[in-house]
Design a protein around this ligand. Sequence first.
Ligand code: F6P
Length: 323
Amino acid sequence: MKRIAVLTSGGDAPGMNACIRAIVKAAKSNNIETLGIYEGYTGLMEGKMKVLTTDYVDDIVGLSGTILKSARSKLFRTEEGVKRAIRQANSNGIEALIVIGGDGSFRGACDLSKYGLPVIGVPATIDNDIAGTEYSIGVDTAVNVVTDTISKFHDTARSLISDTPRVFLIEVMGRNCGYIAIASTIAGGADYCIVPEVPYDINHMCSHIKNKFEDGKAYNVVVVAEGASSVNDLKTQVDTVLNIESRTSILGHLQRGGAPTVTDRFIASQMAIRGVELLIEGKSNRMVGVIGGEAVDCGIYKGINDKNKISEKLIKLKDILII
Ligand code: F6P
């Protein structure tokens, strides 16, 4: 094998650059050249690519986002789009492709593999909802950002006196997965947490908050996963039941920013190296992951068809810590 390519697709995630860097280095150590494809599958169809040298990727490890940029393409979802991409891959001497992204990106990779291009998926999404791996690239940084933000709410709220009880409702990302919400509640010390995996009961939540007020705590920080409810809907209910004026914040895209944590850089590097190894072993349609600290791999369809489930243990841990 002489030349492979890498692209990033879907939502960007901190640590994608660490992954690109490690792919280039792992390939180079096996005398393989790496082409970086810009703008995801759109760039592949349009031939937007260039050779990534080790020198070029040396200092991108600490940069958030993706130097290759990311895009969602409607054309690529058609047969014509996939054929275009294959023509570009062939004319640029691409012998195999590594796709860094989420389940939608992996689906695109599988479409390409039907035309004989070997593909490997590397899971990257702050949502951490991809099956076959305990961690996806980006989630650790996102959880750290949210944890840090919760601490900042504590900083301002701590100044309140108990005759002005206040509730802060903080909406966090994750699509239909509550991992960011639960992990940051545990690490950041929130008072309540709502996730899509567990149906919430507004009366249970409000009596929990009320008990804390009665125990003398002047404020409550509630973390709400976007897949469970919007904070605005929740505010209406909380304000009615508790007869207060709660404060809302939607953290939004800042959760995808910030320098990738050491953990994200490590995970990204481990997965990248396993991905290149798989290609050298002649494998295709595999997805790499990390389980118990070790790089593993599984069929890419697991990452496409299944979802990572939040464990009962994690939910229980959160339930104990919000008391
Ligand atoms: O999948 C990552 C993610 O950040 C989700 O948590 C969020 O719902 C979505 O992407 C936001 O997408 P966009 O960047 O297109 O607004």
